[in-house]
Write a protein that binds this ligand. Sequence first.
Ligand code: F6P
Length: 542
Amino acid sequence: MSAIESEAVTAAWARFDRAAEAAAHVPILSLFEAEPDRLDRLTLDAAGLHLDLSKQPLSAEGLAAGLALVRASGVEARRAALFGGDEVNASEHRAVLHPALRSPGADFQALGEPVSGEVRSTLGRMRRLADDIRSRAALGATGLPFKAIVHIGIGGSDLGPRLVWEALRPLDAPIALRFAANVDGAEIAAALHGLDPATTLVVCVSKTFTTQETLANATVARDWLRAALGEAGARAHFAAVSAAPERAEAFGIDRERVFAFWDWVGGRFSVWSAVGLSCAIALGWTAFEGFLDGAAAMDAHFLAAPLDRNAPVLLALAQVMNRDGLGRGARAVVPYARRLTLLPAFLQQLEMESNGKRVRPDGHAALRATAPVVFGDAGTNGQHAFFQMLHQGTDVVPLEFIAVARQDEGPPGLHRKLLSNVIAQAEALLVGRSETEVRAELEAKGMPAAEIDTLAPQRAFPGDRPSTTLVLERLTPESLGALIALYEHKVLVEGVLWEINSFDQWGVELGKSLASRVLAELEGGPPQAHDPSTHALIERLK
Ligand code: F6P
């Protein structure tokens, strides 16, 4: 970055900080009156999703300052670099090109090399396997059709497919899909329990094909298949997805059952690749294609919409205002859709692994607070758990509500109740309830004054607690694809503003290497040097 650009960024941050300082003293509710066009400015539709940011602490000047910051920081150039296949992930010298996976008809290049041909050919192979298994043209080793898939993978090789399956699975799925991620033996045991090896396909997904948990679980599953079907039979029941296909073959998986993806696909951005194979089989190709199309529609929006009407940009600005402008260290994601219960877990990896960084690509410390803690659960369940703290706790935690306007499952009356709750929660957080109002109510009930004095402050709600509401018309493959792609692009925008590399994850390495050292000791190897607490735990657990 040149000195001139740096100055521009510094000046843009200074303006943004001034707007944040003002936001700290102006209730969000008052902005609706002060700025009559607020709702128009802060609501928009993108790729079939409706986004309402009007309950966020973004005044007209706050938004203008944020957009100036986006421009000064070079978000547009970075976006072009990502879609252009440049070396966006500098620490690993890689392009970052997940949009290529959902626009197979386009002509993408990664670091100057064409990639769309390989994308098309892999999608073609995935489709053939999915169609053949579903039509029973492909059968198991004993001639029986496949009735279940066990998907083995962890992190980005698990969370996306798991979310997609839970979001879209039919109630009476002809092919069941189960997942095993954790190296806790209870997980693979549960995944295999009750399944017939003769009707089960195991899909092992690992970008590196070196991940301890995945290889351990895959070995258990391979032994389970071999014990029932013999070595040759087991091969017909095993598929692998990896950016290191040679390692998958070395593990004993037939070449025609190995599906490649590429180093320009980050694990947490990989659900669009062959990592989604299990979903493509279990949901059918039409659904998987719809999922890709929804994401491609969000890509098109992100590329073409002006910055002030650009959903990923505005969502990122709300986050940056809360995180950096107002010092809020957490964000709750609450989908009012049971089928999206896993969205918070998915976003934990997408956002915290991408933007949980404290050093810039040039080796210098980040100048701003980066990714907040992301947590959440489905509504209304969360209301009966952690919402107490969100309404009345000492910390202000911004929320993201996700609502689905129309739903065919269950009676309409239940869905209206669900929607009434999501709307009411956002309103309650914003508007609150004053102590005066509570006092009046308690007085009307005839409560003694001394009791009112102690109770009214406890029953008052401060309000002015920000939230975003995202509305999906229906939960479909297309809307789910658009939703996930929206968050992916938001991560990119935030990473540019925070000047960090969103696409590496060095922070996961230390724990991995220490675990292999500790494992050697737990397996009887010689003791190593540790801090006293670690040493004591090893002694206790070995
Ligand atoms: O440990 C973190 C991580 O590298 C994630 O980034 C990744 O999604 C996950 O592990 C699984 O890695 P792999 O797909 O290589 O097994």
